[in-house]
Design a protein around this ligand. Structure first.
Ligand SMILES: Nc1ncnc2c1ncn2[C@@H]1O[C@H](COP(=O)(O)OP(=O)(O)OP(=O)(O)O)[C@@H](O)[C@H]1O
Ligand SMILES: [Mg+2]
Length: 390
C-alpha cells in the first residue's frame, strides 16, 4: 500500500498532537502538515497551505461545542480540492453533525476518541476504492493468438499485431506462451528472462520487477519471452491469472502468442481476452482443426470471443468465406495475404514485416489492429464530445 500524506486541521492543540501520533502510528500514512485554524473563505491562506501540502487525506476535527466552522471548512476544502479525501473526526452522539459533515463532502466520519485502528481501516478503505477505480478506468485489453494447426502463422500474426498496436497506441506487451517461444527470434531480440522468471517471482512481482523481466524492442514493444526448453514444469492456471492481473494493470494492450499450446493456461488466457484470433488456412484440414480448437476453448466458456483469421489467404474456386466460417464454426475476422518470400525472409533476418514499411502485408496488420481497437477509439471520441458539451 502506498504511503498516504495527511493534513490535520484541529483547533485544539492537544487533539492535533494526538491525531498526528495516531496517523503516523498507522505506518501507511504520514502527517505532512497541521493547521490550528479552520478556513473560512476560498481566499483564506489556510486553504492555500493545505493545497500546497498536496495531501491525499485531510482530517478535520469537529469540536463538540462548535461544529459550524468545522462543517464550513469541510465544504470549502471539498470544493477547492475535490480529489482529496476528507475525513471528519467527531462525536458519534451528534447525528445531525454526522449528516451535515457527509453532506458537506466528508468521505468518512470517525469517532472521537479515535484509535489507530479506526484510522488504519479508513485509510485502507480509501486506497482500495482508489485502486478499484484506477483499474476499472485503465485495465489493458488482451488479444490472444491461437493456431488452428501447427505452423498456421500464429507467431507471425501475434508479433506483427503487437508491433502495429505499439505503433498506433504505445504501451503494448507481447507475451510468448508458445510451447517453444519463437517471438524473440522474429523480433531479433536476445531476452535475459522469460515468462518462467515472472511466474517464479510472482510473490514479489510489482510494476518495476515486471518491467525488468521484459525485453524491449526498438519501437518500444515489450516482450515477455517464451521458453526455450520444451516441456518444462508448467505453472498453475492460478499463477497465470495473477500474472495477467499484473499485466492488464500495467499495459494498454497485451498480445499473447499461444501458437499450438492447448492447455489450461491457453483456456484461461482466452477467457481473459477481448478477442481470440484463431489462425488457420483456407484448407479442409486447417478449418477442421479450427472447429476442434474452438470446441476445446469453448468448454470453459468464451466461445463468442473467438474469431477466425485466415492466414496465407487464397481464393478457392467454389469455396466462399461463408463456407470457411461454417466449417470452422466461427465468424471470419480478417484475411492476411499469402506472401511467402516477404514473411519468411522477415523471420530469417529478424526484421519484422511491420518494420519494413509499405508492404501490403504490413498494411494488413495495421488495419487488423485498427479493427480490434475501433471501439476504444469510439469510446475516447464519445468521452471527448461529452466533455466538450459540459
Ligand atoms: N502470410 C503469410 N504468407 C506466407 N507465409 C507465411 C505467412 N505467415 C506465415 N508464413 C510462413 O509460415 C511459417 C510459420 O509461421 P509462424 O512461425 O508464424 O507459425 P506458427 O503458427 O507460430 O508456428 P508454430 O506452430 O511452430 O508455433 C513461417 O516460416 C512463415 O514463413
Ligand atoms: Mg509459433
Amino acid at each position: 500500500m502506498p504511503e498516504l500524506s495527511v493534513v490535520i486541521v484541529a483547533p485544539d492543540s492537544e487533539q492535533r498532537a494526538v491525531l498526528q501520533v495516531l496517523v503516523d502510528g498507522t505506518s501507511v500514512a504520514r502527517t505532512v502538515h497541521t493547521c490550528a485554524n479552520f478556513p473560512v473563505a476560498t481566499a483564506d491562506p489556510v486553504v492555500r497551505r493545505v493545497q500546497s501540502a498536496n495531501a491525499d487525506v485531510v482530517l478535520v476535527d469537529i469540536p463538540s461545542d462548535n461544529s459550524v466552522l468545522a462543517l464550513r471548512a469541510i465544504e470549502l476544502l471539498h470544493q477547492e480540492m475535490p480529489e482529496c479525501a476528507l475525513f471528519a473526526i467527531g462525536n458519534m452522539e451528534q447525528p445531525q453533525v454526522i449528516v451535515s459533515a457527509m453532506r458537506a463532502g466528508a468521505r468518512e466520519f470517525i469517532e472521537r476518541p479515535t484509535t489507530t485502528t479506526d484510522l488504519l481501516e479508513a485509510f485502507v478503505r480509501l486506497t482500495t476504492a482508489q485502486r478499484k477505480t484506477r483499474r476499472e478506468g485503465s485495465r489493458g485489453k488482451v488479444f490472444t493468438v491461437v493456431n488452428a494447426k501447427g505452423g498456421s502463422g500464429a507467431t507471425t500474426v501475434a508479433v506483427n499485431l503487437a508491433l502495429a498496436l505499439q505503433a498506433a497506441h504505445g504501451n503494448v506487451a507481447l507475451i510468448d506462451l508458445a510451447p517453444l517461444g519463437h517471438a524473440a527470434l522474429h523480433l531479433n531480440l536476445k531476452p535475459l528472462f522469460t515468462v518462467a522468471d515472472a511466474i517464479r517471482n510472482l510473490h514479489r512481482l510489482d510494476s518495476s520487477l515486471l518491467e525488468s523481466f521484459m525485453t524491449r524492442q526498438t519501437g518500444g514493444l515489450q516482450l515477455l519471452a517464451g521458453t526455450n526448453i520444451p516441456a518444462t514444469a508448467e505453472p498453475s492456471t492460478a499463477e497465470f491469472a495473477r500474472l495477467f492481473d499484473m499485466l492488464v494493470n500495467h499495459y494498454h494492450y497485451i498480445v499473447v502468442d499461444t501458437s499450438s499450446r492447448l492447455d489450461g493456461a491457453t483456456r484461461l488466457v482466452c477467457n481473459l481476452s477481448e478477442t481470440v484470433l484463431l489462425v488457420g488456412h483456407t484448407d479442409v484440414a486447417s478449418l477442421w482443426s479450427a472447429a476442434r480448437v474452438l470446441q476445446y476453448l469453448g468448454e470453459t466458456g468464451g466461445r463468442e470471443r473467438v474469431r477466425l483469421v485466415l492466414n496465407r489467404f487464397r481464393k478457392v474456386p467454389g469455396f466462399t468465406e461463408a463456407d470457411a466460417e461454417a466449417a470452422a464454426g466461427t465468424k471470419l475476422l480478417w484475411k492476411i495475404p499469402n506472401q511467402y518470400f516477404a514473411v519468411s525472409s522477415a523471420i530469417d533476418r529478424g526484421i519484422p514485416l511491420m518494420s519494413q514499411n509499405h508492404t501490403e502485408i504490413a498494411r494488413s496488420f495495421t488495419a487488423l489492429a485498427t479493427i480490434l481497437t475501433q471501439h476504444d477509439e469510439e469510446a475516447k471520441r464519445t468521452a471527448w464530445s461529452l466533455f466538450k458539451t459540459v
